[in-house]
Structure formats: structure tokens, C-alpha cells
Design a protein around this ligand. Sequence first.
Ligand code: FAD
Length: 335
Amino acid sequence: MNIAIAGVGLVGRVLALNLLEKGHTLTLFDEDSAYGDASAGFTAAGMLALFAELETAESSIFARGKRSINLWPSLLDQVGISDAYQLEGSIITAHPQDVSELDHFIQTLKSKVDEASSIQTLNRDEIMALEPDLEQHNRAFYIPHEGQVDAQRFMQASSDYLLNHPDVIWHQETKVEKVEELLKEFDWVYDSRGLGAQEDIQDLRGVRGEVFWLEAPEVKITRPTRMLHPRYKIYIVPRPNDRYIIGATEIESEDKSPMSVRSSLELLSAVYSMHSGFAEARIIKTATNCRPTLKDNLPQIVHEDKLTRINGLYRHGYLLAPAVVEDALNQGIYK
Ligand SMILES: Cc1cc2nc3c(=O)[nH]c(=O)nc-3n(C[C@H](O)[C@H](O)[C@H](O)COP(=O)(O)OP(=O)(O)OC[C@H]3O[C@@H](n4cnc5c(N)ncnc54)[C@H](O)[C@@H]3O)c2cc1C
């Protein structure tokens, strides 16, 4: 089939990779350039936080998250970066005065899914064995089956792959105002414009998120690590070359302007209290974007005649996109 995809952020790319494997011809439209950083998928930390997200999310995301974690390796293989996937578990910790938060957090996860019984409590020696750089913590939790996709490498490698694919035409810097118009020319149309689909999707809102990129040679944390705090949750996501993504704020606002002083104070003081080696880190950059989110904070797939809209992946795009796209294809074009 001759298929159009409007919006080539995270969902659009996962869709394109799936459809190419089935032998379709694709025309992609994005208002940004192929290497642009406008999409939330480009700003994301790429964490596959299957359990940790359950604190505030519905347990329905768990089943899709589990499927996505199994689907990511073949997608990354397709674009030639199988090493951009890490599934070595994650660490959750808190300051001594907030340990009750930590216990409550884990209890909440355990009340939502049985598999959360695999979460292990770590004492100081066990923390030292897994992540020696977190030695100042006396208590933490280890969550197996969590990890990350290197989001920026995925965006870059998928751009290269799609731009060079003989069955793909990519219209860069081309805004699609009315996706329905594309039906005149194409056999099937996908709307994956994220927040850009606000005019067509009721109650679609942006949730602002801010992150720091730090270079910290004095820090050797190897797994995604979260710190719980009564007012905010921060995570540290290790990347190659001593780099760490520190994030992310969650603010009910569609403002994509640069990071605020308040957010930077909170994120940096939290990260410094987690490991004093961050004091000498260099700030490589900050980034801000908005997560496309619906009223119930859950993904939405809508099928109209030969038009499928996928949206609302909120803070779970990497955790959920492969399974959500698989569901959209099976309920629509392959029904
Ligand atoms: C700070 C931050 C951290 C995050 N961390 C994580 C994480 O660790 N793990 C996780 O699972 N998720 C994370 N997310 C969430 C994830 O990034 C989103 O859920 C995901 O990117 C949504 O995918 P999408 O394709 O719907 O939207 P996007 O990725 O935003 O893509 C939308 C695309 O549509 C294009 N577009 C918009 N309007 C138009 C138009 N009219 N015409 C043509 N093109 C258009 C845009 O240019 C863009 O390329 C994070 C998000 C943020 C902001």
C-alpha cells in the first residue's frame, strides 16, 4: 500500500519501521527537519521504567510496557544500533529522611501488579555490589527488567535509515494542517503529530518536562537511578562518555521556553545530594519539551476510514510506542 505518516517523531518512526518491514511504500511529513529536535521523542530520556511508572499510572500500561520491552531490540536492530538498548535493571533510592516515601512507593507498585514482587530491597553492601558509586545510601530498591533506549541515538539512526530507504519519501519542514486531505492521495494515513494534532484531538494537552545533560567524569553510575522526594522525582540516566541525563520536571503547561531557575535549582541540588561528584560536572545543555497527553494520561488509538490516529503517549512514549503501534496496526490496516 501507499501510506502517508503525518508527524515523524517517536510514534511516526516506530510506525514507519513496522510498515517498511511489511513491504509498504511510505511518504513521511514533518514540520521539522529529519534531524530536528522539535519532537518530544528527541528530548526524552528513553527510560523503560516498566514498574516505577506504575506509582502514578494505570496498571494497563504494564502489559503494553512489557511487550514493548521485547519489541525494542528488533526495531533497534533494523536501524543498526542494537547496542542502544540496556535492560540491566534500575535503582530507586531516597534521602534517609524520606525513606518512608521509598517504602510507600514500593508498596504501591506491589499492590498494582504481582510481578512487582521481583523488586529487591538492597542494603548498603548490596548497593555497593551493584552500583559502588551510590555508597552513601543505606537502603535502596533494585528493579529488574527495567532499562533504557538511547533515545537520541534512536532518533539519529532512524533518520539515517528512513532517509536512505528506497521505499520512503520524506517531506521535511512540511506542516500538515488537515490529515484528511492526504486520503485523496494515499491508501492509508497515520496521524502521529503528537501535540501538533491538538486541533483534531479533544483534550490533548502538553505536559512540560525539563532535563539537564551533564558530563560528570567523577561519577560512575551505570543504571538508570531514581531519587524519591516528597515534592519531585528525579532520575539519572547514564549515557556513554560520562554523560548523564538528569530529569525530568513535570509541569502542567505547554510552555516550551528554556528551563526555569526553580527547576534548575531543584534538579541540580537533588543530583548533587545523590552524588557529590556531580559538583564538578559540566552542564552540556538543557532541554525542554512537552509530552502529548490526554485526560486519562493513557495512549489513544482512533480509527476513522483509512485514517488511524495515535496519540497521548504522555511520559511513556519509549515504554509504550512499539506495543501501541502494534495494536494500532492489528486493529486497523491488518484487521
Ligand atoms: C523531558 C521528557 C522526558 C521524557 N522521558 C521519557 C522516558 O524516559 N521514557 C519514556 O517512555 N518516555 C519519555 N518521554 C515521553 C516521550 O518523549 C513521548 O511520549 C513521545 O515522544 C510521544 O511521541 P509522539 O510521536 O506522539 O510525539 P513526538 O515525539 O513529539 O513527535 C511528534 C512529531 O510530529 C511533528 N508534527 C507536529 N505537528 C505537525 C504538523 N502539523 N505537521 C507535520 N508534523 C508535525 C513534530 O515535529 C514531531 O516530529 C519524555 C518526554 C519528555 C518531554
